[in-house]
Design a protein. Sequence first.
Length: 95
Amino acid sequence: MGVAVVWGTEFFRHARVCGLCLAPDARLAFVGLLDGSVFAVSVASGAVVRTAASGACHKGDVVGLAVQHDTLYTAGGDGTVHAWHASSGRVVWRY
C-alpha cells in the first residue's frame, strides 16, 4: 500500500505546475512550470532541492518530464528537449 504526501508550501500553492514525475527511487519529484522552470523537490518534505530557473531551462512552458535511470528528460513548448543528470541537476545535452 502506498503513502500519499500533500505538500503545503506557499511556493507551489501559487505556481502554475504543468508536469510532474518521480525519480526511480521515489525520493525526488521533478516539477515543471508554465514559465519553463524545473524543480527537484523532496517527496518527504516538499522542500525544493534544486531548480533550473525560468529561461535557464525552456523558453515557455514545460510540456513533458520523464526519468530513466539517473537522467531527467524535459520537453518544452519552445520545441526543445533537455537531458539532465537527475542527481546533480547538470545539463547533459539540449536539442
